[in-house]
Design a protein around this ligand. Structure first.
Ligand SMILES: Nc1ncnc2c1ncn2[C@@H]1O[C@H](COP(=O)(O)OP(=O)(O)OP(=O)(O)O)[C@@H](O)[C@H]1O
Length: 463
């Protein structure tokens, strides 16, 4: 990744000049009862009944359903983005903002700046929401970092930077620098790019040890996957130490699909007077992701179920999650021995290997990616139609890890597309965990018999 410093090219953005109000907080209420056309109603019923969501038209219908996370009453024009940013957004194929985008953006762009702690379901466009806010706040005339965005993993930092690069295609003077493993700055020099996207350790080093930028100039601080940043020991220390270096007035933006009560309290303490956008528990899982479980006796049995699914469904692409690297490796060996082309991404690969595996999977060279929790969050690959939990996500004390479950299954069903999540369960403890997950999210997880042709047909029909 030599050329990781990206010049996010073209014309300038006059940030911070828009005088936004917070009227958006109530913006959806007046349109709540807007009547749908009969054809839209019947399509909606079909969606609710079958979970079949495929076309752009379906997404447009979801935009009109007040219960959908894609619901929006505004256009991007009404969000008063800079025309050059707007051009970039439309060029990315975004026709209208999602619910989180139309709610968060006016708050994030209002003056004086205010802090925001935002929750929205996986794949509903949080990244675009905070990236647009970051880009809008930059003063392109100033050649030093003004925005810091922290991601929990290398892959996610790169993905976020790539979204920013695309969105700012027509903003030539805004530039971004990645602060991730393998990236270096010449000793004694200063970073000139206005935006830093990176992982907490590297950003902290650059700010304190090497003094590559002055944290006092930072006016926007974004924590993507905020809950894990606040909740994981290493990330927490580093994120807080960075926060302490920033000016009191620095605008804080926290985004995630999940927050525990503790994390929410903590976030509120470090980002005082925040506006909070939260979901109800039953809103956290997406209806467009159908959830199943398969009864298995042991890991060999799980492997057989997997092969049945693989053979029985014309899947787009699948991500398979294992709890340990060891299990992931075992599964990769099993599958390759039996002639299946699969990719493996786990934490011990080098960063170059990780990016190359992900690129290859993104390009569709492998249909199956076997991984661990390292890829459970944020990764956005549109063609992933099935997520399989080879192992259920559990904590070290073998309690259900609800948040990881939600993030893992959220790798499919991106932005209103349909998706399937299949849990392979063996033994009574697995069953108990699955039951708890089902009850926690108040969403049914149906039994699937992979040896039964009817069941497999049902699955195939939803593919
Ligand atoms: N307004 C929009 N119109 C069309 N597509 C969009 C829009 N906003 C985002 N998308 C697309 O939706 C997909 C999911 O968006 P994104 O990755 O931002 O979701 P997220 O909420 O950050 O997900 P996660 O919780 O998994 O991190 C992406 O492929 C993105 O390009």
């Amino acid at each position: 990744m030599d050329n990781i410093t990206k010049n996010l090219n073209n014309t300038s953005i006059d940030s911070g000049k828009n005088n936004y109000s917070t009227e958006v907080q109530n913006s959806t209420a007046s349109d709540e009862d807007k009547e749908l056309a009969p054809s839209e109603k019947s399509l909606l019923q079909k969606i609710v009944r079958t979970g079949l969501i495929t076309s752009k038209h379906d997404i447009e219908v979801q935009r009109r359903d007040p219960k959908s996370p894609l619901y929006s009453v505004k256009s991007f024009e009404l969000l008063k983005l800079h025309p050059n940013l707007l051009r970039g957004v439309y060029e990315m194929g975004y026709n209208a903002p999602s619910k989180i985008q139309e709610t968060a953006l006016p708050l994030l762009l209002a003056n004086p700046p205010q802090n925001l702690i935002a929750q929205s379901q996986s794949g509903t466009g949080k990244t675009a929401a905070f990236v647009l806010a970051m880009l809008s706040r930059v003063d392109p005339e100033l050649q030093y970092p003004q925005v810091v965005c922290l991601s929990p993993t290398y892959e996610l930092a790169i993905q976020t930077g790539e979204v920013a690069a695309k969105m700012s295609t027509y903003c030539p003077n805004i530039r971004l620098r990645y602060a991730v493993r393998g990236e270096d700055v010449e000793k004694g020099s200063k970073i000139e790019e206005q935006i830093i996207v990176g992982t907490p350790g590297k950003v902290l080093d650059w700010a304190t040890k090497y003094k590559f930028f002055d944290p006092k100039n930072i006016k926007v601080f974004v924590l993507d996957e905020a809950d894990i940043m606040v909740d994981t020991q290493g990330h927490q220390d580093q994120s807080f130490r960075i926060r302490k270096l920033l000016p009191e007035t620095c605008q804080m933006m926290f985004f995630s699909a999940t927050y525990t009560e503790d994390v929410m309290r903590f976030a509120n303490a470090i980002a005082p007077m925040s506006v909070i956008i939260r979901l109800k528990r039953e809103e956290e899982t997406l209806d467009n992701i159908r959830q199943y479980y398969v009864n298995c006796n042991n890991k060999e049995d799980k492997y057989n179920a997997l092969v049945n699914i693989y053979g029985g469904v014309t899947i787009g692409q699948a991500m398979i999650f294992c709890q340990t690297k060891k299990m992931a490796l075992w599964l990769v060996n099993q599958m390759t021995e039996h002639g299946h082309a699969v990719a493996l991404l786990s934490g011990e690969l080098t960063v170059q290997q990780r990016i190359s595996v992900l690129d290859s999977f993104r390009e569709g060279k492998e249909k199956v990616l076997i991984t661990t929790n390292v890829l459970s969050r944020g990764i956005d690959i549109e063609q992933v139609t099935i997520v399989i939990n080879f192992d259920l996500p559990v904590t070290v004390t073998r309690e259900p890890d609800y948040d990881t479950y939600l993030h893992r299954i959220g790798r499919t069903g991106r932005f209103g597309k349909k998706g399937i999540a299949i849990n392979l369960v063996s033994g009574s403890s697995d069953h108990a965990i699955l039951k708890q997950i089902e009850e926690h999210f108040c969403k049914p997880i149906e039994c699937l018999n992979t040896d039964n042709a009817d069941d497999m047909e049902k699955l195939g029909a939803e593919d």
